[in-house]
Design a protein around this ligand. Structure first.
Ligand code: SAH
Length: 264
């Protein structure tokens, strides 16, 4: 670390999947104290409103443009810490999953800027809550993998499919635009074509939407019909939810809400 005397601390804060009331209390307290907030594009306006005294700076790169944009964000965080006591970098879901947090942490370390991490509810967990199906289930699913097929510009292709195909259930982030590729890769890696899938869009928000299909049907997913952020869940446990949804997704949501009330 070099000896830059930073005035402030940079907090990498999880904004959760969307609904402002899924923020942690620690996130809320930091947002209330924040002098400046650098936020992703998808952060809910109700969440930003909590940062009442902060300067708000949108730094969203939807679908991760290139690394120059990331380097620019890193630099802005370092600069902000020279001028402000509480700098918040607000990231969708949890900052440590598919959020390029490590690049920001490394840049802050290199500049001698203190930082801290505040976890958030990641999309996979909000999606499972939306469907009302546990990601793990005794005797059915004992392992869960989180993966993304997306690689940034200039990065090497990753062997994302091996680990997730070996897991009982999985959550695929940033995958809706590559449904056919994902289905082919999972089937080639040994997943049954009949594996149940739930695609969940805008989990935690009133406009949440779920579509049930099988791995064999996944290529039929119409990417243009999914404009919000969506996560692809798979696992044997989604079969029963799919059956319940067969008469129509709206009915499933009513069932889930009734279920939610019973167990609340
Ligand atoms: N750090 C984030 C993930 C960032 S990558 C987290 O922990 O959740 C962005 C991807 O997250 C989207 O492409 C989508 O796959 C998923 N995602 C984010 N918000 C979502 C939501 N409300 N519902 C479903 N998927 C979501």
């Amino acid at each position: 670390m070099n000896a830059t005397r930073a005035l402030g601390t940079v907090y990498l804060v999880g904004a959760g999947p969307g609904a402002p009331d899924l923020l942690t209390m620690r996130a809320v307290r930091l947002l209330e104290r924040a002098d400046i907030v650098f936020h992703d594009a998808l952060v809910h306006p109700g969440t930003l409103a909590i940062a009442a005294r902060a300067e708000l700076v949108a730094v969203g790169k939807r679908c991760g443009k290139h690394s120059t944009a990331q380097r620019f964000i890193n630099k802005r965080l370092v600069d902000a810490a020279q001028r402000h006591a509480v700098v918040v970098r607000l990231k969708g879901g949890d900052p440590m999953l598919f959020g390029r947090a490590q690049e920001e942490i490394d840049a802050l370390d290199a500049a001698g800027v203190p930082w801290d991490i505040v976890p958030g509810v990641t999309a996979a967990l909000a999606a499972a809550a939306e469907v009302g199906v546990s990601l793990t289930q005794r005797g059915v699913a004992r392992s869960v993998a989180f993966a993304t097929p997306r690689v940034g510009e200039g990065e090497q292709a990753s062997d994302w499919v091996r680990s997730i195909a070996a897991a009982d259930s999985g959550a695929i982030y940033m995958g809706v635009g590559q449904a056919a590729t994902i289905a082919a890769a999972l089937i080639a890696a040994g997943k049954a074509a009949s594996t149940p899938i739930a695609v969940v869009e805008n989990a935690s928000l009133p406009q949440a939407r779920t579509q049930f299909l099988t791995l064999a049907q996944l290529p039929q997913l119409d990417a243009s019909a999914w404009s919000g952020p969506a996560t692809i869940l798979f696992g044997p446990q989604f079969a029963s939810a799919a059956r319940a949804a067969a008469p129509g997704v709206a009915e499933t949501r009513e069932l889930q809400q009734a279920h939610g009330k019973r167990t609340a």
